[in-house]
Every structure is written in C-alpha cells, then in structure tokens.
Design a protein around this ligand. Structure first.
Ligand code: AHG
Ligand code: MN
Ligand code: MN
Length: 299
C-alpha cells in the first residue's frame, strides 16, 4: 500500500508543494460531508450568470478559507469569484486555480461531481496551462478518487475507510478509445462540430456524457475517446473556462499521453486574457484530438 504522502515523497516535488497538494486533496472529506446539507440552490448567481448550487458556494468558501489560513498560497482564482483572491502576506509561493464544485447541476440527482485544482509556482494565477506545476481533481463517486499529476505522469488514489488516500494506479496512459460526449444544444452546434460528431458516429463511437466534466473526463482517461464542449452559434467561446477547467484537466490529459485543443490550437499554450476566459474544449486521446483538429482545419 502506498499512501498519497509516500507517493509525493517519492517525487521531485519540493516539500511545500507536497504539503499543499495533501492539504487540498484531503478537503474531499469535509466537502463530501457537506453534500447532505447543501442539496438545494443558494438563490445566488456567479459571474457567468449561472445559478449557484449551495455546494458551489460552500466548497468555494471552504477551500478559500482553508488555503487562506494555511499561508501556503499567494493567490486563488476560483470559478465562483469575480476577482482573484490575494494573500500577499502568505509565506508560501504558489497560486491555485480552482473549480470548487464541477458538475453542480448533478448534485440533486446524486450523480458524480468533482473539484478541479491547478497549482502554479509564484503569485500569478493567470498563466498558461503548460506552466502548471501540479494539477488534480477529486471525483466524488461511489469512491472518492483523487487523480493527480506533478509532472511525473498521472496517478489515481482512493480514500480508504480510515480516510487515507491509497494509490490505485500509477503511470496512467490514456488509451486510443472511441467514447465521445458533447455539450451544447445540437441546434446551436456550428457545422464543423456537427461534422466531427457525425465522424465519431461513423467510426463506431459510443456516447458518454453526464454533464459533469470531471466525471466525463475521468471515463475518457480510463477508456479513451474525446470529451467536447464546442463553440456554439452565437456563443463562439462555448461554455467552459480555460483557467479553472480546461487547463488543469488538459495538463492531466497531456501527462497521460492525451491532449486538449479548442479545435485549432493546444489550449495549454494559450495565455488567459482574464480569469473567466471561456473556450471551446476538446480533450482526450491523441488520435481523436488529431482528428478533430484536422476536421476543423479543412474548413
Ligand atoms: P460547473 O458545474 O462547474 O458550472 O460546470 C458545469 C460544466 C461541466 O461540468 C459540464 O461538462 C458542463 O458544464 C455541462 O453543461 P451542459 O449542461 O450545457 O451540458
Ligand atoms: Mn465546472
Ligand atoms: Mn463549478
């Protein structure tokens, strides 16, 4: 049995980063405990005009509170906050980007949701995805599973009944599978996305889409294929967010041999213009990403 701490101690991560990753990963325990009392909607909207589930605000406040008190981070960019939260007096020299609760529309139907985190060195949270030093997500399914990369491949850990993360799988490689899932209303898809989805169907692809990016991506990581949230007619930047969703998940995908694109360029190379920068997202197995890029280039 290898615990999360033992794994981190076997990597080249510096000590403060190991401590920060552990601190964040174990917040899965209080976050899971809070689900029971935060099933409803909070009656508030976030910066995107989306109705906030009570858990969105709970997880956001909880993580900001814990990270702020820890003194380990200089900045937190959260999907639920309009502005980057700064801690200029922090001793630690990291910044965190986060989607505190991803897939929140699924809370009331008890499907899997998660928390997405990216960690950058230094106090600037608005950096390219390729500059991440670590990325992780906690998936709250039947098991609580942590998927982590510190730039040395991808590992998964499960919380055991003593509340300790135990290594499940090391050096995960994303296979060349044929699962595909796509967000957005079909009548709002641009023609190029419509064509790509037809191609997935012709290739014998199998549909998988729950409405939780973390859960849908986790399936792609294990079985291979592609997750899509396209540009939409009248909404060319789509729905998902570069800083909080695309970059941490894309960094994990790349570490597992997959890739992330907006259809034309590697999203990990895109400089975020602002915290709430949105982008179309295609993430998954290498060949599927090549395919989507060639479909979109040929137009
Ligand atoms: P969040 O709950 O953080 O706002 O993210 C929701 C995202 C993502 O998890 C999911 O893939 C997508 O929005 C679902 O959107 P649709 O309901 O439009 O499919
Ligand atoms: Mn999300
Ligand atoms: Mn969210």
């Amino acid at each position: 049995m290898t615990t999360l701490r033992q794994y981190l101690d076997s990597t080249a991560c510096e000590e403060p980063l190991r401590d920060l990753i552990e601190l964040i990963a174990y917040q899965a325990i209080p976050i899971r405990e809070a689900f029971i009392e935060n099933q409803s909607y909070a009656g508030t909207e976030n910066v995107y005009g989306e109705e906030q589930a009570a858990m969105d605000t709970w997880a956001d406040q909880h993580l900001i509170g814990v990270l702020g008190e820890s003194g380990m981070v200089k900045a937190i960019a959260s999907e639920e906050q309009e502005d980057i939260v700064l801690f200029p007096d922090a001793m630690g020299d990291y910044s965190v980007v986060m989607d505190p609760l991803d897939g929140s529309s699924l809370i009331q139907v008890n499907l899997a949701v998660g928390t997405i985190i990216g960690i950058y060195p230094g106090g600037n949270a608005l950096k390219k995805g390729e500059e991440l030093t670590a990325a992780l997500y906690m998936l709250y399914g039947p098991l609580t599973v942590l998927t982590l990369t510190v730039g040395e491949g991808v590992c998964t850990f499960a919380l055991n009944k003593e509340g300790i993360y135990v290594l499940m799988e090391k050096d995960i490689r994303m296979p060349e599978g044929k699962l595909y899932g796509t967000g957005g209303l079909k009548n709002e898809w641009p023609q190029e996305h419509m064509d790509f989805i037809s191609l997935c169907e012709q290739l014998g692809g199998k549909i998988r889409y729950s409405g939780s990016f973390v859960a849908d991506f986790h399936q792609i990581l294990k079985y291979g294929g592609i997750y899509c949230y396209p540009a939409l007619n009248g909404k060319p930047t789509g729905k998902l967010r570069l800083v909080y969703e695309a970059n941490p998940i894309g960094f994990i995908a790349a570490q597992a041999g997959g890739a992330i694109t907006d259809g034309r360029r590697n999203l990990l190379e895109v400089q975020p213009e602002k915290p709430d920068h949105r982008t179309p997202i295609y993430v998954g197995s290498r060949r599927m990403i090549d395919l989507v890029q060639s479909c979109m280039k040929s137009l």
